[in-house]
Ligand binder design. Structure first.
Ligand SMILES: NC(=O)c1ccc[n+]([C@@H]2O[C@H](COP(=O)([O-])OP(=O)(O)OC[C@H]3O[C@@H](n4cnc5c(N)ncnc54)[C@H](OP(=O)(O)O)[C@@H]3O)[C@@H](O)[C@H]2O)c1
Length: 289
């Protein structure tokens, strides 16, 4: 499997995102606990050494499944989490970006994953803010992330859901190792950030690589051009969407999310799917907006 640096680590470009492991709405226990454990173990058996998670997936559910399935962790496994949000009792996503909230979120991740240091932690930004909260300056959020790195709780700092200007600020102030923004065949609105990361040698880790599990978002696997190319190649539509990302830029690290072992196996086999010139042209014509 091809690799790319994620800060001080060299990780396989095909990783795994744990957001689909908890129950509906990323809340509560998984649909099938044994399948969730099998997914995590199969991923690592098949070479995944980069898992993306968050304490607020569940909450705690994704991290506890990772710990149950994989602890004691293989030496080369890089666990990446994110901070800057928490869940209300109805599953709502609320920003939690004050420095003390970022710190306690990192501590929560260390505890629930059972590690002393996280491979990287993304500072997850939000446009909105919690009721009654003052906005927290990005500079202050980044300063806390740097302090956590200096204390050895985080190996690398990343940033997520960030604009180009915010990414530039994070590079200058925190020397970030990764950016996690939405990007896929169907959503290329973040191309400028991707280009900047490629130029700087920073890993770009697209979320929603298949269009997410949220019902209101277009799915890569439903796109007619994707389906036509998949049929021609004898691949699945998900594999075509992921193969396009792998071929698009060398610094893209995949973290597709799934709650199904069969889908995981397809996603891990994407390295075998090669898109030729005709395929790329058809995808371009059928997806670029
Ligand atoms: N930083 C952030 O703010 C942020 C936000 C969102 C996500 N993330 C991270 O990014 C990761 C990826 O994003 P995501 O999970 O939201 O969305 P995604 O990977 O774009 O899509 C997940 C959806 O695709 C389906 N799927 C997966 N593999 C498939 C296959 N081979 N064939 C057909 N359908 C397939 C899944 O359904 P099944 O479960 O049925 O397979 C699920 O509905 C997450 O897991 C999470 O770690 C980060």
């Amino acid at each position: 499997m091809d690799t790319y640096p994620l800060g001080q680590f060299s990780v396989n470009r095909i990783g795994f995102g744990a957001m689909q492991l908890p129950g509906p709405g990323v809340m509560g226990p998984p649909r099938d606990h044994d399948e969730a454990i099998a997914i995590l173990r199969r991923a690592v058996e098949w070479g995944v050494n980069h898992i993306d998670t968050a304490q607020f997936y569940g909450p705690d559910v994704a991290n506890e499944l990772i710990r149950e399935a994989l602890h004691p962790y293989p030496d080369d496994l890089v666990l990446v989490s994110k901070v800057g949000a928490f869940r209300d009792e109805r599953g709502g996503w609320l920003p939690g970006q004050r420095p003390e909230q970022l710190r306690s979120a990192v501590e929560d991740n260390l505890r629930s994953l059972g590690v002393e240091r996280l491979g990287a932690v993304n500072l997850r930004l939000h446009e909105g803010r919690a009721p009654g909260e003052e906005p927290v300056r990005l500079e202050d959020q980044l300063a806390e992330m740097v302090a956590l790195r200096d204390e050895g709780k985080i190996a690398g700092v990343g940033i997520s859901t960030a604009t180009l200007a915010q990414v530039q600020q994070a590079i200058a102030q925190a020397g970030i190792v990764c950016v996690q923004n939405a990007f896929s065949l169907l959503d290329r609105s973040d191309a400028a950030v991707l280009d900047l990361c490629a130029e700087k040698g920073i890993a770009y880790v697209p979320y929603f690589p298949l269009g997410s599990a949220f019902p209101n978002m277009p799915k890569v696997t439903d796109n007619p051009a994707v389906r036509a190319v998949a049929a021609r190649l004898g691949a699945t539509p998900a594999q075509v969407g992921l193969a396009w990302l792998l071929g698009h830029r060398d610094n893209i690290l995949l973290i597709p999310g799934t709650s199904r072992l069969a889908h995981l196996e397809q996603n891990l086999a994407v390295a075998d799917v090669r898109l030729g010139g005709e395929d790329l042209a058809e995808l371009e014509a059928g997806t670029a907006s």
